[in-house]
Design a binder for this molecule. Structure first.
Ligand code: SAM
Length: 276
């Protein structure tokens, strides 16, 4: 494998310490596009695979602990399934939990060993927006897809939903300014619809981009447990994290419902395009 960038080194360290953090956060929460409701944001992608012929080959880029591959295995048992990730910690979990028929590759998405035009569908859940050199990643995805093969991915849109996000950002930004070391991660174009349209130009056609809201009503404790599993908060010092926690819990206390829960969630995007 090529040398890892600072953000890729950090991602490997984080996922070695916290494998399965993403599936723990998202697998049990319902997801909604403007037109349809799904059991989870992973199920949005699994539904795309249902339109394929039974002998198709599906690649999950940045597959993590393999939660999506498990869903694909259940709904497309005849398909050939491949997962690719740079994290050994995540792939170890995936290997222990997934059927042996699923091929797992420890590789960077910027340089895949897969043959050109060998994949019918590329899926990716919460990974593309973290990747360095997204143009190289999309070029590799285009190379491995058959002509007219589809890319379907869930990426980030906003952090949390509703006023909880505003309160969080008001508290987090000044703390991060002082305490969070700079570490560029991902390409800014992956954060907007216009950016994705620009990135798809050339190698892809028929881009479709929809908002996905993952609703969630956590207690303040549940919210904090999820937040410490996110990259920026993980990188704060212990003192800064404590300050963030105490201030966030205090400032959201007036927003609790009668069951002591906050109304929030995660704001995601469902992006799709076909390979030329
Ligand atoms: C937020 S996790 C999502 C994991 C999984 N898709 C899920 O949703 O449960 C992002 C994953 O992308 C992987 N990743 C990040 N950059 C990568 C790259 N350049 N090549 C391969 N995998 C990468 C990380 O190792 C991590 O497992």
């Amino acid at each position: 494998m090529d040398a890892f960038s600072p953000s890729e080194q950090y991602l490997q360290d984080f996922h070695q310490r916290r494998p399965g953090a993403t599936s723990a956060a998202f697998s049990a929460l319902p997801a909604k596009t403007p037109s349809q409701a799904y059991k989870s944001s992973y199920a949005v992608l699994a539904a795309v695979a249902q339109d394929l012929s039974s002998s198709s080959t599906i690649l999950d880029v940045g597959c993590g602990d393999g939660h999506l591959l498990g869903l694909l295995d259940a709904c497309s048992p005849q398909s050939k399934l491949i997962g690719l990730d740079l994290s050994r910690g995540e792939l170890d979990v995936a290997r222990r939990t997934l059927p042996s028929r699923i091929l797992l590759l420890r590789e960077r998405a910027q340089q895949m060993s897969l043959a050109s035009k060998s994949i019918d569908l590329v899926v990716s859940h919460m990974a593309l927006m973290l990747m360095d050199d997204i143009e190289a990643v999309l070029s590799e995805i285009h190379r491995v897809l058959v002509p007219n093969g589809r890319l379907a991915a869930i990426v980030g849109r906003v952090f949390m939903l509703g006023p909880v996000n505003d309160i969080f950002l008001d508290i987090f930004r000044p703390i991060a300014k002082v305490d969070l070391p700079s570490m560029p991660m991902g390409d800014r174009r992956t954060r907007s619809t216009e950016g994705w349209i620009e990135l798809f130009e050339g190698d892809f056609y028929d881009p479709q981009i929809e908002d996905v809201d993952v609703a969630w009503q956590p207690t303040p404790g549940e919210l904090w447990d999820a937040l410490i599993e996110t990259y920026d908060i993980d990188r704060l010092s212990v003192a800064a994290r404590l300050k963030l926690k105490d201030t966030l819990i205090a400032e959201t206390s007036s927003m609790l419902d009668s069951e002591g829960r906050l109304r929030t969630g995660w704001g995601l995007r469902f992006i799709q395009a076909s390979a030329r």
